[in-house]
Design a protein around this ligand. Structure first.
Ligand SMILES: Nc1ncnc2c1ncn2[C@@H]1O[C@H](COP(=O)(O)OP(=O)(O)OP(=O)(O)O)[C@@H](O)[C@H]1O
Ligand SMILES: [Mg+2]
Length: 260
């Protein structure tokens, strides 16, 4: 059975839920510069599921990820990671939750240039004053194929390898959920396919939960479901997507928006 992504929080939808948003609205700016980036979005991300978020430029995809990851504060509505309501946390608690329970992969790799690959991967736990879980770290590092490159600095790695380091860093704390905002946007198609494969493997083999923004139907084809945003609203959802079906759906949106 497919749970309704538009369903509000209930006891039933909370079990097996990695993260959820209810009535999420985000307004940027004031007066003439006022933009409603998210308009009453409710969505559930189930544990162990890979979700792709698609929609035209400016429709609110990054805003949704940033609000869901506690990197941005919604104007109204609520976000839960597991059963923790982000709005109830103070700044310190929110920082800790982001560090321990959320992984984020950006389009730009955002690695620290003076640190080695391994130091970049373990930096969040080092900041937290914790030893990384060695066994988990070994699994993540070998999954993304970095075992021979852990001593390299980012400048000594290709773009695809740098993004693999970023994926490993996001997974290192064994987070409740990984958010990735166009993680293949700066990669050639082969490196992009590798990174998508690792994200999918982290879901299939490691039981992680991944939410990824993409403009690419081929990338969306790696996901278990695709949700479509338009003008800050969730407008559609597809399960077991294939690139062709995603492309057809995108064309249908284009036709509809041209004729409306
Ligand atoms: N800090 C901000 N201040 C003002 N407006 C903003 C801000 N951030 C985003 N917006 C606006 O909110 C809307 C949604 O932006 P968002 O970045 O979420 O879109 P997106 O779907 O990620 O687009 P893209 O595919 O181009 O990355 C846009 O109209 C954008 O201009
Ligand atoms: Mg964006």
């Amino acid at each position: 059975m497919t749970a309704d992504p538009f369903a509000p929080h209930t006891a039933a939808t909370t079990s097996g839920t990695a993260a959820s948003a209810f009535g999420l609205t985000k307004v940027h700016g004031t007066g003439d510069a006022r933009v409603t980036a998210l308009d009453d979005v409710s969505i559930t991300f189930r544990q162990g599921e890979f979700t792709a978020v698609m929609g035209p430029s400016g429709c609110g995809k990054s805003t949704l990820l940033h609000c869901a990851a506690g990197l941005d504060t919604p104007t109204s509505g609520s976000v839960r990671i597991g059963t923790t309501e982000l709005g109830t946390l103070d700044d310190r608690e929110l920082t800790r939750l982001r560090r321990d329970r959320i992984g984020f992969v950006f389009q730009a790799f955002n690695l620290l240039p003076t640190l080695t690959a391994l130091e970049n991967i373990t930096l969040p736990s080092a900041i937290a004053g914790r030893r990384p879980d060695r066994e988990w770290l070994d699994r993540v590092v070998s999954m993304v194929g970095l075992s021979g490159r852990l001593g390299h600095r980012p400048a000594q790695l290709s773009g695809g390898q740098q993004q693999r380091v970023a994926v490993a860093r996001a997974l290192a704390s064994r987070p409740a959920i990984v958010f990735a905002d166009e993680p293949t946007g700066n990669l050639d198609s082969r490196s992009g396919a590798e990174v998508l494969g690792f994200l999918r493997d982290s879901v299939r083999d490691l039981g992680q939960t991944v939410v990824m923004v993409t403009h690419d139907p081929a990338a969306a084809g790696y996901a278990d479901r695709v949700v479509f945003l338009c003008d800050g609203r969730l407008v559609d959802e597809m399960t077991r997507p294939t690139p062709d079906r995603v492309l057809d759906r995108m064309k249908a949106f284009d036709t509809r928006s041209r004729t409306s």
